[in-house]
Design a protein around this ligand. Sequence first.
Ligand code: ZN
Length: 160
Amino acid sequence: MPRPFKRRFVNGEPGATSFKPAGVPGRELATVELRFDELEAIRLADLEGLYQEEAAKQMGISRATFGRVLDGAHRKVADALLQGKMLVFKGGNVAAPQTRMFTCMDCGRRFSIPFGVKRPEICVGCQSHRIQREVVQEVPLGACRGRGRRRWRGGRECTT
Ligand SMILES: [Zn+2]
């Protein structure tokens, strides 16, 4: 029995749904299906240059599994490039990226921003800079000057 397929976290969608040799209609081409998790493995390892350990962590899979996914992805890309096939991006058991929630302290508007995307500078409703992340996960060392009260420093909320 095949092992259950683990959810793999993928950051955003690719810029296209397929990729093919120029000048040949897609219907005349053999296709290779590249799953989204394979595409993400290529993005993390080859484009961002992450070590497999780190890339695996980002996708929520083991390093060994990441290595297999990346190997498979490389074979498919090589097949398409060298045999003139069309790459079609589809499938794979992937999850939408997790998001961070922010609240505007002035108008109360709430924002949802995916991880890996820069935090909003200003509120889109009232232009206020007082945007607060709802769940505080990290405060840079030495950045907080509050004493028992919430203070802002370096763009992050400090609760100490
Ligand atoms: Zn606002």
